[in-house]
Write a protein that binds this ligand. Structure first.
Ligand SMILES: Cc1cc2nc3c(=O)[nH]c(=O)nc-3n(C[C@H](O)[C@H](O)[C@H](O)COP(=O)(O)O)c2cc1C
Length: 363
């Protein structure tokens, strides 16, 4: 039997297999109100029916000003909770576990979605944008300058994360993932390239990690004890002087002490640099962070079932997360089960059984 299809127990949740849907913004809250739409129901529903073990729902703003774009999802009010509940319930009905990635976009917030016709860069306040905050007033290239976050701002960020986690629980999510990767607020604090503060939240690694650890503690305090807490980290910035894999591994150990259950290991996103991407290019970072003693997910150009299985067999990761390949192939896990001879472990919707892999050549 392929271990890709073995269940994974995280606290009180049993994820049916080791294939996660990576968080991917859809930018489809057409009312610019953070309320997920029918698009999200169909998008997540198809992948739940497609056999993914856990869906990590896209970066979701803890407040309106924490979003990346005005079209991003949110979890700052009850209407959003109700809309998520419908999606989570449907996906649960297909057998998938559901996580949501909680987000503060920091200096990379208030931007146009990447496919907005004729518009790019920062969204002005006149078009529904907002003023951004960051550890230090250093703009991301091409975007508006952020304001240096005050101690009051940080106290609010922490309590907003906790409040959003409570709403995630009310919406029925099984897990929360804190977005501390890709150059958004929590990562901006981790990185010496963007955190030039001289207060308790800047300086050595323990100080740069303070905000993330305080957020993790605050979320853990309100998040049910039988539900797992995940953190996505960028384990390298691919440039000298940036946050390093050794630092990421140390922070992962501290997060474990805060009650974090799994690290989702990505890279980059805080500075503009050429990333040498290739198939499975981030798996070695997952393997390094795994030495901190908690389960990890590997992500990044994992597209082939045998390749995914090899990452688990090599002990580089406990699960794989799939991004773009899942956009083009919502039921990738069903094909993978056939290719890895784990068909008995596949989770076909009954209506789809006649189309199962390998397809019956006779009908
Ligand atoms: C359309 C799109 C949206 C994304 N949105 C997010 C996001 O909301 N949060 C996040 O942590 N990463 C996001 N990512 C990064 C993916 O989760 C993933 O790490 C990346 O695409 C690499 O994996 P892949 O090679 O399998 O696509 C996004 C990627 C894509 C293509």
């Amino acid at each position: 039997m392929s271990s890709l299809f073995e269940p994974l127990k995280l606290r009180g949740i049993t994820v049916p297999n080791r294939i996660f849907l990576a968080p991917m913004c859809q930018y489809k809250c057409t009312g610019r109100d953070g309320i997920p739409t029918d698009w999200h129901l169909v998008h997540y529903g198809a992948r739940a029916a497609g056999g993914f073990g856990m869906l990590i729902v896209e970066a979701t703003g803890i407040t309106a000003e924490a979003r990346i774009t005005p079209w991003c999802c949110g979890l700052w009010n009850d209407e959003q909770v109700g809309a998520w509940r419908r999606i989570v319930d449907f996906c649960h009905g297909q057998g998938a576990a559901m996580a949501v990635q909680l987000q503060h976009a920091g200096r990379k917030g208030s931007v146009y979605r990447e496919f907005e016709p004729g518009r790019s860069g920062s969204v002005p306040v006149s078009d529904g944008g907002w003023a951004t905050i960051a550890p230090s007033p250093i703009p991301f290239p091409g975007l508006g300058a952020p304001r240096e976050a005050t101690a009051e701002d940080l106290a609010k960020v922490i309590s907003d994360f906790a409040a959003a986690a409570k709403r995630a629980d009310a919406a029925g999510f099984d897990a929360v993932e804190l977005h501390a990767a890709h150059g958004y607020l929590l990562f901006e604090f981790l990185s010496p390239l963007t955190n030039h503060r001289s207060d308790d939240y800047g300086g050595d690694l323990a100080s740069r990690a303070r905000l993330l650890l305080e957020v993790a503690e605050a979320v853990r305090a309100v998040w049910p004890a039988d539900k797992p807490l995940l953190v996505r980290l960028s384990a390298t910035e691919w440039t000298d002087g940036g946050f390093s894999v050794a630092e990421a591994t140390e922070v992962a150990g501290w997060l474990k002490e805060c009650g974090v259950d799994l690290i989702d290991v990505s890279t980059g996103g805080n500075v503009v640099v050429k990333i040498p991407s290739a198939p499975g290019y981030q798996a070695r970072f997952a393997a390094a962070v795994r030495t901190a003693g908690l389960p990890v997910s590997a992500v990044g150009q994992i597209t082939d079932p045998v390749q995914a299985q090899e990452i688990l067999d090599a002990g580089q990761a406990d699960v794989v997360s799939l991004g773009r390949v899942a956009l083009r192939e919502p039921s990738w896990p069903l094909r993978a089960a056939a290719e890895l001879d784990a068909d008995a472990m596949a989770r076909y919707p009954d209506s789809y059984l006649r189309g199962r892999w390998p397809s019956d050549p006779i009908w």
